[in-house]
Design a binder for this molecule. Structure first.
Ligand code: IPM
Ligand code: MN
Length: 352
């Protein structure tokens, strides 16, 4: 019996979460597992009412679950940073979800903005460090609001933090068993402290993982190759900030935010799965948002719980729907509404 915490959150979050839970219900029936859910109202609406984001007690409660399913956090009436830091990043850090796993896979070449790219050309995974780097929030103002102002923002990288992320990436590349190629993405030519540590640790681990081919790419070149030669990549490992940036580009080349899912993973603890697209306030309540990213996030959640058959079934159903039903992956242009897309996935579950 799996215990799944559900955080629908803001904007279109609740709409896509509903479809993810619908798919979960049918996957459980077909693949013979049981679960319970508990819904948490963390988000902008609750913050505006109560001033509360997420506190230590909430975190402790979440520790008792097997996984967390998150819709979206972000509210147009709340100043940028409050909900992000108070809820999303708080959960990632407090639960030590030190990996942000973001698969980039093209399910239908017709939805790819790149010319002449086939489905097999875009199939890689970004392993983003999720607990350190620039996201650590270290820094200060000096002489704030004067002509002499200095704003300092530090990228904080520990040997332990870097090593556990890299080790996860090596293990993941081995388990994925595709091209067995791992690329470190960094900026060793400028960030000569942070990425020196990353590169040294990477090279040390590469000796241990002699079955994995390794290479290195600067982050700027990486963005160029995502557009020009995405087929070069199998698994990419990078720091928090670069991982944030390149996975939005990754989402676009796989067909857009409507299909991009990610997992905030603590391999030894409670992981949290989310569509990476955000709360999309302008589409809220219109039932036009694409729920497939949330449905794919549910697939990742089930894979992490060890329900591999259910996870594969969900992916297979999503691929069929994307290849044979939808006219676009973009909100309002799918040829179906949010609920109908969820229903289509359910209808294709359990088929070969
Ligand atoms: C993401 C988001 C978050 C991040 C924001 C909302 C804090 O952009 O999940 O990629 O920067 O990690
Ligand atoms: Mn982002």
């Amino acid at each position: 019996m799996y215990k799944i915490a559900v955080i629908p959150g803001d904007g279109t979050g609740p709409e896509v979460v509903e479809e993810g839970l619908k798919v979960l219900k049918h996957a459980a029936r077909l693949h013979g597992f049981e679960y319970t859910t508990a819904v948490f109202d963390f988000g902008g609406a609750r913050y505006l009412k109560t001033g509360k984001t997420v506190d230590e007690k909430d975190i402790d409660v979440l520790r008792g679950f097997d996984a967390i399913f998150l819709g979206a956090i972000g509210h147009p009436d709340v100043k940028p940073g409050i909900l992000e830091q108070g809820i999303l990043l708080k959960l990632r850090f407090a639960l030590d979800q030190y990996i942000n796993l973001r698969p980039v896979k093209l399910y239908n070449a017709a939805f790819c903005p790149l010319k002449d790219k086939k489905e097999e050309d875009i199939d890689f995974v970004v392993v983003r460090e999720n607990s350190e780097g620039l996201y650590k929030g270290m820094g200060e103002f000096r002489n704030k609001a004067t002509a002499e102002e200095v704003a300092i923002q530090v990228s904080y990288n520990t040997r332990k933090g870097v090593e556990r992320c890299l080790r996860y990436a090596f293990e993941y590349t081995r388990k994925r068993n595709k091209r067995k190629a791992l690329t470190l993405c960094g900026k060793t030519n400028v960030l000569t402290y942070a990425f020196d540590l990353w590169q040294r640790t990477f090279d040390e681990l590469a000796i241990e993982y002699s079955d994995i081919t390794t290479d290195y790419a600067h982050v700027d070149a990486t963005t160029m190759w995502f557009v020009k030669n995405p087929e070069w990549f199998d698994v990419i490992v990078t720091d928090n900030m670069f991982g944030d940036i390149i996975t939005d580009l990754g989402a676009m080349i796989q067909g857009g935010m409507g299909i991009a899912a990610g997992g905030n993973i603590n391999p030894e603890g409670v992981s949290m799965f989310e569509p990476i697209g955000g709360s999309a306030p302008k589409y809220t309540g219109k039932k036009v948002i694409n729920p497939l990213a949330a449905i794919c996030a549910m697939g990742m959640l089930l894979e992490t719980l060890g329900e591999d058959n259910a996870a594969q079934d969900i992916e297979r159903a999503v691929i069929t729907v994307v290849k044979t039903k939808l006219t676009s992956l973009a909100a309002g242009k799918m040829g179906y509404n949010t609920t109908e897309v969820g229903d289509l996935v359910v209808a294709h579950l359990g088929k070969k």
